[in-house]
Design a protein around this ligand. Structure first.
Ligand SMILES: Nc1nc2c(ncn2[C@@H]2O[C@H](COP(=O)(O)OP(=O)(O)OP(=O)(O)O)[C@@H](O)[C@H]2O)c(=O)[nH]1
Ligand SMILES: [Mg+2]
Length: 468
């Protein structure tokens, strides 16, 4: 990679206030720390957001405040003696130098500075609002900077004035692209980079490199996510809680407190996994996911959790009845009806739907250690044949939501699953493979590298499909 570290491409994202400039910076820099807000004037000062991969900056985006006094700036520029085109940009430098301490032009200076220091221009408009001639003043100022530029149509609202905007922008910008920072996929991001690469000849190569690097990074994040899920599954499936007890057998209280402790650990494994996944995908400021998941002490086992998987009460009942009737025969039989009810086991409290689903057999409860003088109550490893799917389903669903989530989003993550998703997640062939693997995974004696690798492959396939 022959890339001069100082000459990485830089882009200043500019435009009217409240048009999604910061959102675009956030999504292109994969950085959820960019300030985004409903009210115009959220961004007050310019700030560079470099995208670093392995410590190396591959490009940098400047978030800037919106134009406030464009008319006055253009007025000043027009008052100056006419200068030939090759020196016209100098006028803007003079403007900046002359007005640096003038509070009236604070926003304009903030946004013009990175441009005059060599950043390419990304002019952002909201194409859900009609075009208006007032934008021409901003575009005229930008043209006079002499810097390479492109326009981005962002559709914030529901109306669509794209054609109108395109006709107007075409006079000022060679490149006009539509990009929605909230909904943009990884591929949309890469497509936009292809366009940005065309802005300046010397950036073409570095941005091509950036695209390659980001593709590699994306794959790496997918692999890391799969590793995290596999590791977490293994931990949960094999976990055994044990507690010393005094009497011959465990008291009711000892049993129930141990069950709580066991469940808490399973919940903790899930929390830990979610945090890891969020870090892998650079979503460091999401703290609402857990609420959405209802992961309090018993959240994983709560009724609400069932709705996360789009399961109706009826679906739960059917699954529960058949699962109860044939015990631990196998998931194919237990599930019947051709539909795979991923969340079937998470239903109700012990004694409610949970009991019907064999919740009490979720794990083995044993009293051991007669010969060593003290007794131990042990809970686990996980016995229930359905439960691994629930954990896995939750893991894949969470990971895919996080992986696809734009860094420009500031709302909480709502993990609401549609019924169709459940079927998409794990098809029947995969289910058969998984069933065998889960059995082996939870058996420490039978589990080896080969099995883990096989499991990894199945998870990778499923996760990759989810990201498509
Ligand atoms: N639905 C939707 N909302 C968007 C989109 N882009 C931006 N927004 C919202 O529009 C508002 C303004 O977004 P910002 O990115 O802060 O806009 P800005 O241009 O940086 O605003 P200032 O810094 O105030 O000039 C925020 O509430 C965003 O969430 C979009 O593509 N779709
Ligand atoms: Mg902003």
């Amino acid at each position: 990679m022959m890339q001069n570290s100082k000459n990485y491409p830089k882009f200043a994202v500019v435009g009217h206030p409240n048009k999604g400039k910061s959102s675009i910076v956030s999504s292109l820099a994969l950085d959820d720390s960019v300030q985004i807000g409903d009210t115009p004037g959220t961004t007050q000062v310019k700030r560079g957001f470099p995208l670093k991969v392995d410590g190396k900056i591959i490009y940098e985006l400047f978030d800037t405040p919106g134009f406030q006094r464009a008319r006055r700036v253009l007025g000043w520029l027009e008052e100056q003696e006419s200068v030939p085109a090759d020196r016209r940009a100098d006028l803007l430098k003079i403007f900046i130098a002359k007005h640096r301490d003038d509070p009236r032009f604070r926003d304009e200076i903030e946004l013009l500075e990175p441009i005059m220091e060599g950043a390419g221009i990304i002019y952002v408009v909201d194409a859900s609002k009609p075009y208006g001639a007032e934008y021409e003043i901003e575009m005229e100022i930008l043209r006079r900077t002499g810097q390479p530029s492109m326009a981005i149509l962002n559709l914030i609202g529901n109306e669509d004035y794209t054609e109108q905007w395109k006709r107007a922008l075409g006079h000022y910008f060679r490149l006009v692209r539509t990009f929605n920072p909230i909904e943009a996929t990884f591929n949309n991001h890469m497509d936009l980079l292809e366009s940005m690469a065309q802005l300046k000849e010397e950036w073409t190569q570095p941005i091509k490199v950036a695209i390659d690097v980001l593709n590699g990074l994306h794959q790496q994040k997918i692999d890391q996510s799969v590793d995290t899920i596999v590791e977490s599954m293994q931990k949960s499936l094999t976990f055994v809680y044990s507690k010393d007890i005094k009497g011959e057998s465990a008291t009711k209280k000892e049993k129930s407190s141990s069950q709580t402790a066991y469940q808490q650990q399973i919940v903790n494994y899930e929390k830990e996994r979610e945090k890891n996944i969020e870090q892998i995908w650079n979503h460091r400021s999401i703290d609402k996911v857990e609420n959405a998941l209802v992961l309090d002490d018993v959240g994983l086992f709560s009724k609400e959790s069932a709705s996360i998987f789009g399961l109706s009460q009826k679906a739960l009942m059917i699954t529960g009845a058949s699962a109860g009737a044939i015990g631990g025969l196998g998931i194919d039989l237990a599930l019947g009806g051709g539909t795979f009810f991923l969340g079937s086991i998470i239903g109700g409290t012990v004694g409610g739907i949970g009991a019907m689903l064999g919740f009490n057999n979720l794990y083995e409860v044993k009293v051991m250690g007669k010969n060593i003088g003290h007794r131990q109550l042990t809970i686990g490893p996980m016995q229930n044949i359905n439960f691994p799917y629930i954990l896995l389903g939750r893991a894949l669903f969470h990971a895919s939501v996080i992986a696809k989530r734009s860094h420009a989003l500031r709302n909480s993550v709502v993990l609401e699953n549609e019924a169709s998703y459940t079927e998409q997640l794990i098809d029947s062939e995969m289910r058969k493979k998984l069933e065998k693997l889960h059995l082996k995974l939870r058996n420490k004696d039978k589990c080896n590298e080969e099995i883990i690798e096989e499991y990894r492959k199945v998870i990778l396939e499923s996760f990759s499909n989810l990201l498509k």
